[in-house]
Every structure is written in structure tokens, then in C-alpha cells.
Design a protein around this ligand. Structure first.
Ligand code: AGP
Length: 606
């Protein structure tokens, strides 16, 4: 979950590394460091952000070969010493690493027994010492790295340089992404294309177990058994502009505001007005196969999992196929029964969440049919699945997921329509859903116009230490996502419950100090939801209601009214005001909106 950047070429590496690291800061931001090679290795690293590091990098920090790192701590607290790069005792080898070396304790003990002194508490430092030993015994750096990695158990994306070979970087991948960028007489590598698009759009993704040697005039890749591998460069769609804040104060606000366009892109070319179906060619499934599934099982982590709950509801309602969602992080550890008649759906914005990837691999190993709903094109999960739906939402930079969430929910509506129309969903209902989907972008625009009003409500409610979110059936995943958004960026404690469960326990918490955000769509459960509001108010609880109309009786202190769509699609719209509520609460509380404490955007470790 850290960010790696590497450069070799005719320019000075340091500014390129710092700029790339800034773009990767979403992956980790508790410390940062760079090393360049210029008659020996020159290192600067510190606890804090890339901007703090930039202040301590001298203007004359010259050298056309270097590697950089932004860290999200796993082994050892954030500190100057634990910041990467880590160097061998003789200062010859420098390593940056993303992932976890599981047998680091054992390797460290052996090195200490051999007299090695460690400068940090990290697992990564063992790699620097081991590669240095291997470099003494092998002719090439690539061979030294390859042999070292044979003793390593765990996940890694690494970049390594050697003071004695100042024209090359060696990178390797196992479970943590590494992308090569091909320039004009220069080469780059990074954990994510975000760090590369300013310089090149020609990229090569390494597979697990692959290594690469980068020199200014090119690269070659090879497997862990030293066999050369052949790689075709891909052209990435996004340019540097897609990674800017675009005049907004925060990436989060930009990404919330982009949703009318991003969900339009998710639907683009996929809706068919003639047969009222969705065309999803990427699923790689014919109609007969599509009809054959008897269950749908959805897996993902965090907000991806909550969007999967919305998806399961949509598929059950529109296609009448039993469906459910489960956190991928739980699924992979419970030895799941894998059934040939089940369609497995893995959701991931980044396409590299380790738990989701591992769950997909377990499913595939057992012969399961897995499709992906993924934003990052060419990512590990996208490459692992049998087919899928790309979101086309564009790069999501802020740690809190918003536009990927709504695009995933829309992708599920398309999937549900597709599965439904090869079964019993009538043409009339198909048309109703297609038309509803077409209305969504305009309706999101309308909700966004309420941003100022929601900012005032956020100021009022964010003064509480804790908030309850409730919703019923379609509204429950919306409540979960609303609570997740609020807690992760504003640090206000938030709990989500099915509204029906309140009286079975959590009602005991309700009182003047614990306001409730209630999701109350105008659907067949409206009366039940209004009864719940009455129960909350009877206990002195304040209510902020999100729904389609003001309740007749005074059952809510505040109401956010949003446009009505088809009942199956309403959850997509109901999440938007909750994103704004969390955003404005975080701003009111002066939080680091795009980089909340303790979190990182891509969770590439267990
Ligand atoms: C969302 O706001 C969170 N930051 C987090 O729960 C995220 O959705 C989760 O880590 C899954 O990420 P992915 O979609 O990239 O797999």
C-alpha cells in the first residue's frame, strides 16, 4: 500500500521522482524518501508528506538514476529511520518496497547472526542486506535480486539500484503492482500509471513473479526462473489532467461533482432502446450461459462491498436470481463452497485490493466463474477474472470512494438488466429501467445543487461525536455507505443499522446526543420507515432524513429531498447527499479530506 517510483535516463531523477510520488501519495503518506545514484548513493528521507521531503532535498541533488517511495506503515512506526529507501550496510544497494515480507523476522535473525546491523524496524531492510550479499556473488544485479527473492515469502513490488551499476534499475512484482513506463531514451517504473502519465502513456504491467531490468534505452522482463518473458506495451487512456484537482478545493469534491459524467461513461454504448437490454460484451458469455446461473455471489471490500449489496438487491429484483454480497476479506478465509452454477462478481475500483484479488484467485483455483466490476483498466483483478465490466469512471484519487461507488452501482443495474432480460424481466420493465438509468445523470446534477444546504446541515450535525445511519432493504446499503463515508473522512463515529433492527438493541443509544441519518425512500416501505422515525423522536433523538418528500407529520428535524427514480435505482441517488454530508463535515472539522489518517487508497496488503 505504498507508492514506488523509479527513473533512469538523461534527466535528473529527483524532480521526476518527487512529482510522481506526489501523484502516488494516495497510496500512503506517513513518510517519504528518495535515493539517486551519482558517484555513490545519495539519500533523503523523512517522516511526513512528499512536500516535507521536497523541503529537505537540496537543489543540487543530481543523478539520472533514482528510486522514490511514499510509505503506509506496516512494520515499524512512521519515522525517518523506517522511511524507505533502505540501504545495505555498505551503502551499495538501495531498495524501496510495497507489500509485506512475511518471513522477515527469520531472515532478519539470520542476518543479525551474520553480524549485520539494522538501521530500521522494517521488513524491507532485510532485502537490502540480502541483495548486497548476493550482488557480491553474482555478475548482475538482476541475478542478485532474483536469487534473493527466492528466499522471500510474502508480497512485494520492489525497485532496487546498485551504486556499482549506475545505469539500471531492477524491479520485481509479487502481489503488489509494478508498471513500467516507456519513454524516449528513458524508462520509468511505478506502482500506478498515475505517476507515469505526465511522461509517457506507453506502459507495461508486470505479472506476479516477474522481474524487469530498466535502462535508459529499454527494458527486458523475465520470470523468477530467469526465463525471458515477452510483454506488449499498452497505451493508457488517461493523461496528467485527469489526475489534477481541476480547480476544486479537494479531489473528493471534484470526484463527487463528476458523477453525472462518470456514470454516463459507465452506461455509454451499453444501453439498447430497441430491446431494452444492456450490452455487456466484456462478460464473454452467450445468452445460454447467462441464463444458466442459479445464484450470484458478489465480493469486494469496504465501499466496494456496500456497492455489491446494492448490486445483489438489483439482481434479485430485476433478474430474480438469489444474490448476496460478502466482504472478500472474509470470503477468502472461510473455505467457501464454490458452485458451478453461481456467477461470482468481484468488485474493485483499484483492481488491486489484495483480499479481493486473493478471493478471485481462490475462486478460480476451484473452477468458479468470476467476472469483475473494476475501474482500473489492466489492473491485477481485471487481468485475473474471466470477463467483466469496466467502470470508465476515470482515475479516483481521493481515498474515499465516491464516483467509483456510483459507477459500480450503475454497472450492477446494467448487469441486472442483462441477466433479467434473458430471463423473465418484461420488455416494459426493461424499458422502465433503461429510461430510469438515462435520467440518473440529470438527477445527480439536481442533488449537487443542494451542496450549500448540505454544508449547513453538516456543520450542525458534525458537532456530535457519534451518528446513527438507518435504512431498510434497498436503503440499508445506502446507510452503510453513508456511515462509512462519514467516519473515514470526518472521524465522527458512525454506525449503520437496518432500520428494522433498531429496536432489537441500538435504540438504547438513541438520545439527544446521537442524531440519526435516516434513508427514507418513497417506496413500499415508507410507512415502516416513518414509524421508525417516530420511535427515534420519542427517545429525544434528532433525525436528518434523506428521501423523496417531506413527511406529513413532524418526524424529522431536517430533510434532504432528492429526485425520484425507479425504486430499484433510487439507492444510487440516495448515496449522493451522504457523500456531500461527509465531505462538508470533514471540511467543517478541518480534516485532511483526501488523505484521511491511517488509511490509503489501495489496500494491497492483507
Ligand atoms: C472507500 O471509501 C474506502 N476507502 C475503501 O473501503 C475501499 O472502497 C476499499 O478499500 C476497496 O477498494 P477497491 O475498490 O479499490 O478494491
Amino acid at each position: 500500500m505504498c507508492g514506488i517510483v523509479a527513473y533512469v535516463g538523461p534527466k535528473d531523477a529527483a524532480p521526476i521522482l518527487l512529482e510522481g510520488m506526489q501523484r502516488l501519495e494516495y497510496r500512503g503518506y506517513d513518510s517519504a524518501g528518495i535515493v539517486v545514484s551519482n558517484k555513490g548513493l545519495k539519500v533523503r528521507k523523512c517522516k511526513g508528506r512528499v512536500a516535507d521531503l521536497a523541503k529537505v532535498v537540496p537543489a543540487r541533488f543530481k543523478g539520472g538514476l533514482g528510486i522514490g517511495h511514499t510509505r503506509w506503515a506496516t512494520h515499524g512506526v512512521p519515522s525517518d529511520e523506517n522511511a524507505h529507501p533502505h540501504l545495505s550496510a555498505d551503502q551499495r544497494i538501495a531498495v524501496v518496497h510495497n507489500g509485506i515480507i512475511e518471513n522477515a523476522g527469520e531472515l532478519r535473525a539470520k542476518l543479525i547472526a551474520d553480524g549485520v546491523e539494522f538501521a530500521s524496524e522494517t521488513d524491507t531492510e532485510v532485502l537490502a542486506h540480502m541483495i548486497a550479499h548476493a550482488a557480491d556473488e553474482n555478475d548482475t544485479l538482476e541475478e542478485a535480486v532474483r536469487k534473493t527473492l527466492k528466499s522471500v515469502v510474502g508480497t512485494y513490488g520492489i525497485a532496487v539500484i546498485d551504486a556499482e551499476r549506475p545505469g539500471e534499475v531492477v524491479v520485481a512484482r509479487n502481489g503488489s503492482p509494478i508498471v513500467l513506463g516507456i519513454g524516449e531514451k528513458e524508462m520509468f517504473a511505478a506502482s500506478d500509471v498515475a505517476a507515469l502519465v505526465r511522461y509517457t502513456r506507453q506502459v507495461v504491467h508486470l505479472e506476479d513473479g516477474e522481474l524487469a531490468v530498466l535502462k535508459a534505452d529499454g527494458f527486458h522482463t523475465f520470470a523468477s526462473d530467469a526465463r525471458e518473458t515477452a510483454k506488449e506495451p499498452l497505451t493508457v487512456d488517461w493523461d496528467a489532467g485527469h489526475y489534477d484537482t481541476g480547480g476544486y478545493e479537494h479531489y473528493l469534491l471534484k470526484e463527487i461533482s463528476e458523477q453525472p459524467e462518470t456514470i454516463t461513461r459507465t452506461m455509454s454504448g451499453r444501453l439498447d432502446e430497441r430491446f431494452h437490454v444492456a450490452h455487456l460484451g466484456g462478460l464473454n458469455m452467450d445468452a445460454r450461459e447467462t441464463r444458466g446461473f442459479r445464484r450470484v455471489k458478489i465480493i469486494g471490500c469496504g465501499s466496494a462491498y456496500y456497492s455489491g449489496q446494492i448490486g445483489a438487491q438489483l439482481i434479485e429484483e430485476l433478474a430474480r436470481i438469489p444474490s448476496d454480497a460478502e466482504p472478500a476479506s472474509e470470503f477468502r478465509y472461510r473455505n467457501p463452497v464454490v458452485d458451478p452454477d453461481t456467477l461470482y462478481v468481484a468488485i474493485s475500483q483499484s483492481g488491486e485490493t489484495y483480499d479481493t484479488l486473493a478471493a478471485v484467485q481462490e475462486l478460480k483455483r476451484k473452477g468458479g466463474r468470476v467476472i469483475g466490476i473494476v475501474n482500473a483498466v489492466g489492473s491485477a483483478i481485471a487481468r485475473e477474472v474471466d470477463g467483466g465490466i469496466y467502470l470508465h469512471a476515470g482515475p479516483e484519487v481521493s481515498v474515499a470512494s465516491t464516483k467509483a461507488f456510483s459507477s459500480t452501482a450503475v454497472a450492477f443495474a446494467l448487469l441486472a438488466l442483462h441477466l433479467g432480460r434473458v430471463r423473465d424481466l418484461s420488455p416494459a420493465d426493461g424499458r422502465r429501467i433503461v429510461e430510469g438509468l438515462r435520467r440518473l445523470p440529470g438527477q445527480i446534477e439536481e442533488i449537487l445543487t443542494q451542496s450549500d444546504k448540505i454544508a449547513e446541515l453538516a456543520q450542525k450535525y458534525a458537532t456530535h461525536a457519534s451518528m446513527m445511519f438507518v435504512g431498510r432493504v434497498r436503503g440499508y446499503p445506502v446507510a452503510r455507505e453513508g456511515a462509512q463515508k462519514l467516519k473515514e473522512i470526518s472521524y465522527v463515529h458512525a454506525e449503520a443499522y437496518p432500520a428494522s433492527e433498531l429496536k432489537h438493541g441500538p435504540l438504547a443509544l438513541i438520545g439527544p446526543d446521537m442524531p440519526t441519518v435516516a434513508i427514507v425512500p418513497d417506496d413500499e416501505l415508507l410507512d415502516k420507515n416513518l414509524t421508525t422515525l417516530g420511535e427515534i423522536r420519542a427517545r429525544g433523538g434528532r433525525v436528518l432524513m434523506v428521501g423523496h418528500r417531506e413527511p406529513e407529520a413532524k418526524l424529522a428535524d431536517d430533510v434532504i429531498v432528492i429526485p425520484k427514480n425507479e425504486i430499484e435505482l433510487d439507492p444510487i441517488l440516495l448515496t449522493i447527499p451522504l457523500q456531500l454530508l461527509a465531505y462538508h463535515a470533514a471540511v467543517a472539522l478541518d480534516r485532511d479530506v483526501d488523505k484521511p489518517r491511517n488509511l490509503a487508497k489501495s489496500v494491497t496488503v492483507e
